[in-house]
Design a protein around this ligand. Sequence first.
Ligand code: PLP
Length: 323
Amino acid sequence: MNIPFLPEPQGLSLPGPLQPLFPEPLEWSGLAEKNVSADVLRLDRLHPVISGNKWFKLKGYLQEALQSPGHTVITFGGAWSNHLIAAACAARQHGLSAVGIVRGERPPVLSATLTAAADYGMQLEFIPRGEYAKKETPDFLRQLTDRFPDAYIIPEGGAGLIGIKGSENILRTTDSGQYTHILCAVGTGTTLLGLIRASQPHQSIIGVPVLKGMNEISAIYPTALSTPDPAGWLTPEQINRARLLPGYHFGGYARHPPELLDFINRWYRETGVPSDIVYTGKLFFALWDSIRQDLFPTHSRLLVIHSGGLQGNLSLAPGILDF
Ligand SMILES: *Cc1c(COP(=O)(O)O)cnc(C)c1O
């Protein structure tokens, strides 16, 4: 089955310097020892706010919103959401109004992420956690469209088919066919599905889940595809080449025990690559540990997707991280 790429949406561009993306060789002594090479695709350098995989996932949704009558997007996220701040900034740049539905009660002091999102003009609405969990139910969505008629709803994290197709473009930014393994962090799994679809038969695609209990590739279908069935989206051949590396969630989503923080600092000192406490820190830890354990055959050429998200580190007290 040949599943086509989503064409680049017309007329959507990032103002300001959009850095050309080159995979950077990972300068780390542990690699040479094992005769394995790794390049890091620094999507964190894409844009200071609309960072990493979020731009790839958002682009198609914004394109649809621009063609919708309301010129308004609604989306969802937590207090430190990379998606929410990226959506707020991108909506502003493209002349769209934005509403952010935020998980939890309004705190007395807004997080740096929400403050910035509000500065970009996003209207923030706080809803209790219990209700937030129901945000994909028809009832909730009906209430939302009653209140914001003509608004275009972007799923949390840019999950869903449009986000998957947008993520395929990540591998098209570079000559990715030369790699044997492609690694990324997994939240909803939307990015991973895009990478799998854009990969080639000689490549293994490895996702590192940041959530507890996500162990098998099938665990991402409900969050990324809203269905337990990948038929039509992945071929059996693609499913066979993809897998998750569980066991690196450090206690669950957004958990960041001292062991992880120490690693992130050490990794930065040894490689010069900064990472975040929710996603990429766990990805690089998994990479480090897997190489130590000889998971990759000699002469493997790894491409590690740095999916950005460094702004989330602002949730830490100053001085905890060395960068
Ligand atoms: C959102 C995010 C992810 C997870 O992407 P999914 O497509 O939801 O799996 C990974 N890394 C970073 C930095 C993110 O912000």
